[in-house]
Design a protein around this ligand. Structure first.
Ligand code: GLN
Length: 536
């Protein structure tokens, strides 16, 4: 008999920002620990086709998958918690759905019929929701619906998850509704009314939640749970509290102490071994009880919104866990660094410095001053994507004396375009498309990079348009810059190192997308180690 895939749908109520993504990722981890194969996916009701072109200061980071999809940052949580690589089909926006429907309409795909939200848009949502089932054959698909119940734009998605039970069988569907349960300090009272209203709204849309997940700052007493169970038509065992945890990685442990694994498996008729989180719990223990700490300055142009660097921050934490260290991040706006003096003053307390990815001209000179400060003062420096290009520009300017060296992204006229578009990209829109997704990197002997990875073939994910310009490669190498990794297929420089500094490494790729809390990205692990050595 063919395997029956089970479906979990997570919706949010009352307010946004309750941590649906973390909850969905936690449930994924819990079910995986019970021996099930799990795939998480997210459906976002906004009209952008994907987050690729959205401003990081507004929307947070763009998470990139192996297959090169530019996705919502919640996919990063899913991957980090479940250690499963996701794909393009794991993130769908309303924009993508509508685009498909409208293209089909233009091509005559509806045979002159009227094209409507119901059934045509909902049909396309359903098709995409079930795509992961075909592609992955997972035991459980966990689908998070972005937004909050009551939003106009999420209605077609809610209608789709209502209809889906007629497609796959009601017994194979579990609806989880996450709401806020506020605690009124003055009245010393926990308030259930917002949850009742939100569930009522969901019921009006035809969905009866199986499980209520209650976000709260205080412990929810038994009487309140019973009241909510009764008034919302939910089993008492299915009222799960989700209190504010010490860290996001503690959330699965907290939810499991509420027996969420049992609750979900009961609803879905799944028989599995019990939840097994002992390794995860050990990792959380190390995270919460570090031996010491390191201070890392993160120099970037999107520091106004920390979520713009979400995966980088998590990866630094992972590097900390691997070294039993807490990582304190000092957020530095690169525009504040205007000359050697301001850079030194602002950066002097950092044990190590990271310059992550970015696009455009703003804030670039401050990053170059940062690389110079690190190179001249032997402070560990980790450059990611743009941060790697910055190493090359600084090296060309200050070591080779090419004062105008630059990337053609910022200066089209420079005589020393050390970072440039590749010939095969020229002439395309925006000067060439992005290099997206995973690519191979052959690592050279005797490098910090090889020391970190311990293997000569590395696959990391990319998201950039410009590349190290091979026309200047021998000059830079002769001046001492080490080319530590190259993409064998196109001979593109992937990693550079400055050997005079104890740890100055830049990768054209984004290793933050593959780092996991219990399996830190090797470069993050080594960067934190070097930074701690520098502190000592
Ligand atoms: N702006 C640079 C490029 O397009 C770097 C991109 C990045 O850091 N992700 O090549």
């Amino acid at each position: 008999m063919a395997k029956q895939t089970k479906y979990i749908f997570i919706t949010g109520g009352v307010v946004s920002g309750l941590g649906k993504g973390i909850a969905a990722a936690s449930i994924g981890l819990i079910l995986k620990s019970r021996g099930l194969s799990v795939v998480n996916q997210k459906f976002d009701p906004y009209l952008n086709i994907d987050p690729g072109t959205m401003n990081p200061i507004q929307h947070g980071e763009v998470f990139v998958t192996d297959d090169g999809a530019e996705t919502d940052l919640d996919l990063g949580h899913y991957e980090r918690f479940t250690d499963t690589s996701l794909s393009q089909s794991s993130n769908t926006t309303a924009g993508r759905v509508y685009m498909t429907v409208l293209q089909r309409e233009r091509e005559g795909g509806y045979n002159g019929g009227t094209v409507q939200v119901i059934p045509n848009v909902t049909e396309e949502i359903l098709r995409r929701m079930l795509l992961s089932t075909e592609e992955t054959n997972a035991d459980v698909i966990i689908t998070e619906i972005g937004g909050t119940i009551g939003d106009i734009e999420s209605l077609p998605f809610i209608e789709a998850i209502r209809q889906i039970k007629y497609r796959v069988g009601e017994e194979n569907c579990c609806y989880i509704h996450l709401t806020l349960v506020p605690y009124l300090n003055k009245a010393k009272d926990i308030k259930t009314k917002p949850t009742q209203h939100s569930v009522k709204e969901l019921q009006e849309l035809g969905i009866q939640p199986n499980i209520l997940m209650l976000r709260c700052d205080e412990t929810i007493d038994n009487a309140t749970r019973e009241k909510l169970a009764l008034l919302c038509n939910v089993d008492k065992d299915c009222v799960i509290q989700n209190t504010t945890a010490r860290s996001i990685y503690a959330v699965p442990l907290q939810l499991e102490s509420e027996h969420i694994g049992d609750a979900v498996c009961k609803v879905l008729g799944l028989e599995t071994p019990p939840t097994a989180l002992s390794e995860w719990s050990k990792m959380v223990d190390v995270f919460h009880n570090p031996k010491d700490k390191v201070k890392i300055a993160l120099v970037g142009k999107y520091v106004a919104l920390h979520d713009a660097y979400l995966s980088v921050v998590e990866s630094l934490i992972h590097g900390g866990i691997a070294n039993e260290l807490a990582v304190e991040i000092d957020w530095v706006d690169s525009e504040e660094l205007t000359d050697d003096e301001t850079a030194r003053n602002r950066l002097k307390d950092a044990d190590g410095i990271i310059v992550p990815g970015g696009f455009g001209t703003r804030g670039i000179e401050g990053m170059i001053l940062t690389a110079k400060y690190c190179r001249e003062n032997n402070v560990p420096y980790f450059g990611i994507c743009l941060g790697m290009q910055i190493i090359v520009i600084e090296y060309a300017r200050d070591v080779l004396g090419w004062k105008d060296a630059h990337s053609t992204e910022m200066d089209k006229e420079t005589k020393h375009p050390v970072i440039d578009l590749m010939p095969d990209q020229n002439g395309k829109i925006l000067g060439g498309t992005l290099r997206l997704g995973k690519f191979e990197c052959a690592v050279k002997d005797g490098t910090k990079t090889l020391e970190a990875y311990g293997t000569k073939t590395v696959w990391e994910r990319h998201r950039h348009r410009y590349e190290f310009n091979n026309a200047f490669r021998s000059d830079l190498e002769n001046a001492g810059l080490v080319i530590a990794g190259v993409n064998p297929e196109r001979n593109l420089v992937e990693v550079v190192e400055v050997p005079t500094n104890p740890w100055m490494v830049g990768g054209q790729f984004h290793p933050e997308f593959k780092s996991r809390p219990n399996k830190a990205g090797p470069l993050f692990r080594e960067f934190i180690k070097a930074s701690y050595k520098n502190k000592k």
